[in-house]
Design a protein around this ligand. Sequence first.
Ligand SMILES: NC(=O)C1=CN([C@@H]2O[C@H](COP(=O)(O)OP(=O)(O)OC[C@H]3O[C@@H](n4cnc5c(N)ncnc54)[C@H](OP(=O)(O)O)[C@@H]3O)[C@@H](O)[C@H]2O)C=CC1
Ligand SMILES: CC(=O)N[C@@H](CCC(=O)OP(=O)(O)O)C(=O)O
Length: 351
Amino acid sequence: MSYSVAVAGASGYAGGELLRLLAQHPELDVRTATAFTNAGERVTSVHPHLASYSGMTFAKTEAEQLRGHDVVFFALPHGASGALSAELAADGADTVLADCGADHRLESTDDWADYYGSEFAGTWTYGLPELVLADGGRQRELLRGAREIAVPGCNVTAVTLALAPAINAGLVEAADLTAVLAVGPSGAGKKASTTLLGAELMGSANPYGTDGGHRHNPEIRQNLRRAGGRPVTLAFTPVLVPMARGILATTTAKLASGAALDDLRAAYERVYGDERFVDLLPAGEWPRTGDVTGSNRAAIGIGVDERARRLVAVSAIDNLGKGTAGAAIQSVNLALGLDETRGLPIDGVAP
Ligand SMILES: NC(=O)C1=CN([C@@H]2O[C@H](COP(=O)(O)OP(=O)(O)OC[C@H]3O[C@@H](n4cnc5c(N)ncnc54)[C@H](OP(=O)(O)O)[C@@H]3O)[C@@H](O)[C@H]2O)C=CC1
Ligand SMILES: CC(=O)N[C@@H](CCC(=O)OP(=O)(O)O)C(=O)O
């Protein structure tokens, strides 16, 4: 069976990566790609690497163009998908809507007001299938048959996957978590990324969103609370570094009394042992962003700093793969009842 697909915001980085991955998907067929300032342009004039789309032109991002598809992916700036997706949902069609932006991720209206400030658009089913829940289940069960999917933020995916098993098992103190991330500029979107790639970034590492002010903070806390069943406190600092794609999240947590590395390894094995897209690396090995570039994989290494009595869990993802477009497709596969791995790359590219 073939499902017709529209990608809104297909001229951006996330939309472009959706087009690239969907071109290899046996059941999802991109019929419409929309853009804002690039509406009317050929897809290959914006994305010269996407030769599969040589015959396609960007339509305008409006409800009329997106209607009538089985699946609509939104890859729009924050605040742009809420009203548009509400228009589509009001049609009452059986369409699967997957939002790569933040508009439908948070359940707390207070957090939304604090970190985003625009009108609250509601909460959709969260698109991180591997997230372990406090009752031992997985988020994927909630995604089967879902019609509205909130795709996670890329930094959020990296930090959540690194810490969730330890919190779920009660092996660390949920009130004492840290995360420092090396992130590539493509996470900021095409326009911002072009600006960022100036002389200020080349050869420099720049922290941003410091003092707990980054909008991914409440989203990570929401996930980790779902994993452990109690609130968490997290110090989270992203650092912009000169690599096109990728996130390396170094997270730490104070060990619970008596917790040891063997307990932690057993907990991470239990959660990720059967996961196709999460690699728990052997003891003593640590992930690198270059090893997951172009793939839908997260690589995770864990260890214990005995002197500090802290868990150290490091994760690497491609922000545009497992961090956005791959995650969106994985969740849509579940929503449609397809094999979760359908059309998604397990291998990356190197060098
Ligand atoms: N980049 C990443 O790694 C990740 C991105 N995301 C999220 O995905 C979404 C897209 O991000 P990304 O692709 O990086 O961003 P880009 O800036 O690269 O692309 C934005 C897209 O939205 C369109 N657009 C811009 N302004 C408007 C507007 N006012 N109304 C409608 N469409 C508009 C652009 O069209 P045009 O170019 O034609 O003007 C383009 O297609 C964002 O919500 C982002 O936060 C989530 C996780 C990771
Ligand atoms: C380099 C950079 O700016 N990265 C972005 C990551 C954006 C992302 O993960 O997506 P959402 O905006 O959809 O949450 C940031 O830190 O905000």
